[in-house]
Ligand binder design. Structure first.
Ligand code: CAA
Length: 391
């Protein structure tokens, strides 16, 4: 059910990193059959941040085109969703607010619940716009996924940001009521404050994801949601793209539908394009699936699309959106494809060195290596303060 006025995603813009590591390089390093990466987990490459990129520079790069197109009028809230936070106190969104020159009459906040938080941000944004339909909310999902070198998780890293402009009468997607929600206290994936790589129990995390699929679907139907066969496509959180297939087969099975490969492929194939080559981008992943879908050849105008947002720990939400008529004129296909193709390929040794690089914690004045060719740089760390510059 959509409300009057309809509220949802008016514009979507993505950004990713300067560098990319193909899975062939990882496979050659660790002696893995490439079929495991290309077929087994459905990944071809992963975005690797430069030494002068972080979740702030990615987020600013994703959001800048939205501000360039629409201006900042009406944006009174910026929600920054991330798992890879850079500060325990200050919202990364404040740096983005500054880099983009947004008005001081803005509330800025950071949200965290593993990969799920951007969906919480989207739902909170809808509530704000429903209260005052003249307002817009900038929701930014930005993450760098980092596991230990030589661990099973290494193949499922990545990094990206997606910026969503949420407004009344949206040009891309009208978000519907109801939502199905689910929470369970599980230790499938977590990152204590003293660590900068995630801890994960791989098989447990897959089981927890599938349990969450059941839980939030059950709640969605109890809240009066649509029937499964209504949906033209399903955008799942994709830590690796094969996970979407596992999740969808599980949902088909749970709801008593046939689980043939064709049904899964029809529902998912157009949603995996960006995630296959970017890798896991945690909070951004489910909205990269939406970008792939909207930019595919399918005519989706007026059609309902399903979303399954999962964040380990765990929280999940199943919700629906109807694609707006005329959405094709509002998608940013060329810019998004350039963001992916402009990445420079690194070899395994260079990736490993970037992975091992840490910002000094001594409070001194440290310039970062000038590597990114993007518009925003983390130029230095000075007196424990991150210094950003704009080109
Ligand atoms: N050709 C084709 N397929 C092959 C193959 C080959 N040569 N070799 C192996 N495979 C297949 C396997 O059969 C398996 O497929 P199925 O799952 O369908 O059986 C697949 O490749 C992966 O093989 P393994 O299970 O042996 O791989 P692994 O032990 O290295 O672990 C992983 C894979 C668990 C995903 C690991 O990379 C990991 O821990 N990643 C991080 C955690 C994660 O992404 N969890 C997802 C759910 S949690 C979540 O969604 C939140 C989040 O973002 C983290």
């Amino acid at each position: 059910m959509t409300h009057d006025p309809a509220i949802g995603i008016h514009d979507l813009s993505l950004a990713t990193t300067e560098f990319v590591l193909p899975h062939t390089a990882l496979a050659a390093h660790n002696g893995t059959d490439i079929g495991k990466y290309h077929v087994g987990i459905g990944q071809r490459s992963m975005s690797v941040p430069a030494a002068d990129e972080d979740i702030v520079t990615l987020a600013a790069s994703a959001a800048a085109p939205l501000i360039a197109t629409h201006g900042s009028d009406g944006i009174r809230t910026l929600v920054f969703a991330t798992e890879s936070s850079i500060d325990q106190a200050k919202s990364a969104g404040i740096y983005v607010h500054s880099l983009l020159g947004l008005p001081s009459a803005t509330r800025v906040v950071e949200l965290k619940q593993a990969c799920y938080a951007a969906t919480a941000g989207l739902q909170f944004a809808i509530g704000l716009v429903r209260r005052d339909p003249t307002q817009k909310v900038l929701v930014i999902a930005s993450d760098i996924s980092r596991y230990d070198l030589d661990s099973p998780g290494e193949a499922t890293q990545g990094a990206a940001a997606v910026a969503l402009l949420v407004s009344a009468d949206p040009a891309l997607l009208r978000i519907e009521d109801p939502s199905g929600v689910f929470t369970a206290d599980v230790m499938d994936f977590w990152r204590p404050n003293y660590r900068d790589t995630a801890l994960v129990d791989g098989q447990e995390s897959i089981t927890a994801y599938l349990q969450a699929v059941e839980g939030c679907w059950k709640d969605y139907t109890e809240q009066g949601g649509r029937a499964l066969q209504d949906f033209a496509a399903f955008c799942y959180h994709q830590p690796f793209t094969k996970m979407a297939y596992k999740a969808h087969r599980h949902l088909l099975n749970y709801t008593g539908h046939a689980t043939d490969e064709d049904a899964a492929r029809r529902a998912l194939a157009d949603t995996t394009g960006y995630n296959t080559v970017i890798g896991n981008s945690y909070t951004a992943s489910v909205y990269l699936a939406l970008a792939s879908l909207l930019e595919s050849g399918q005519d989706l105008a007026g059609k309902p699309v399903a979303f399954l947002s999962y964040g380990s720990g765990s929280v999940a939400e199943f919700f629906a959106g109807t694609v707006a008529p005329g959405y094709r004129t509002a998608v940013r296909t060329t810019a998004h494809q350039q963001a992916v193709t402009r990445r420079r390929e690194v070899d395994y040794a260079t990736y490993r060195q970037l992975h091992a690089t840490r910002l000094p914690a001594d409070g001194g004045d440290h310039a970062t290596a000038e590597q990114t060719t993007g518009a925003f740089r983390l130029a230095a760390l000075r007196g424990h303060k991150r210094i950003y510059t704009t080109r």
